[in-house]
Ligand binder design. Sequence first.
Ligand code: PLP
Length: 378
Amino acid sequence: MQTAAAQAPIAPVDLAAERAELGSALHEAVLRVLDSGKYVLGPEVEAFERAFAAHHGVAHGVGLATGTDALWLGLLALGVKPCDSVVTSPFTFFASAASIALIGATVRLADVDYDTALLDPVKAEAAIDARTTAVLPVHLYGQLADMRAFRALCDKRKLALLEDGAQAHGSTRDGYACGQLGDAGTFSFYVTKNLGAAGEGGIVLTQRADVAQALRQLRDHGSPTKYVHTRIGTNSRLQALQAAILNVKLPHLERWNARRRQLAARYERNFAGLDAVAPMKLAPGATHTYHQYTVRIRGERSREHVLAELAKQQIFAGVHYPSPVHLQEAARGWGYGPGDFPNAERLAREVLCLPVHPFLSDADVDRVSQAVRAAAGV
Ligand SMILES: *Cc1c(COP(=O)(O)O)cnc(C)c1O
């Protein structure tokens, strides 16, 4: 009998399989940029900005160096100042909250929903204080927060609305994509995202011409023309080489996302009716793109036990995220402590993100599912 350890590893991403599928197109794109000599901004970046914005039904796209810069500069472009506060989620990659703190503004947190891990609009409203000027919902794991509720809230309270779509390329909710209902929506093209560069990249999508114009200046030291500086900005431009790679990959995004959905549906069937292995729930009206396929391990066996058992069988799951934002050392001065956001804290203990990239087979999903059930004892 074949032992489990002899089986091929199953990892959260398979960059080699993606490269093999794209064939020579990537090499040709990279050579095209090298031969053109246009390395900073230029036609590849402009083409990608147009294509990515059109893909999401948004008027403007501004390519930036990283997803973190997209959040930071996005908040600046929307007018957030050091004396302001911004409401966001305590259960996200740390960058969402850090972008607020980078400006010197106050981070106001509100708990997430336990079943979707998305910022709860009712709790977000309760977290608004006299200095709040913006709300920053995070589209965690590949499904959008309730943007119609956040739009209504921000209209009522006259607040800016920035969406963190770093995990939501191609996702929609109630038919709206990231960047359509918010004043702006941000994306990351870090290697492992659903659409990844060969390195780093980011973009802000916005329907507002004034916000797009502000961002074009902010990414270029506040400079509308050479050596004229009308505001303080930074150097944060999407590289032409990365844009060329993203131009090759973008036409495959919907097919890759559809494959992720198929794999997720198979996991759902394999875990149906279990309480100890409880998949996160689909939000109403959401088209999920499964940047992560996440279950909550909440039986007698701990998440750490399940993670270790999977690793023994060469199955490498992830934990996004093992600590909520407010319990990180860097957040010490923000005025929060243990017990403040019970859903975020419980999710940080329970979540396990199973491999779901588009190059997995159905048999891989079954192997992972069986290993999870065995390790969880159900
Ligand atoms: C990846 C990620 C970011 C940061 O993007 P970078 O390109 O790595 O800077 C921000 N928010 C969320 C939710 C992310 O997953």
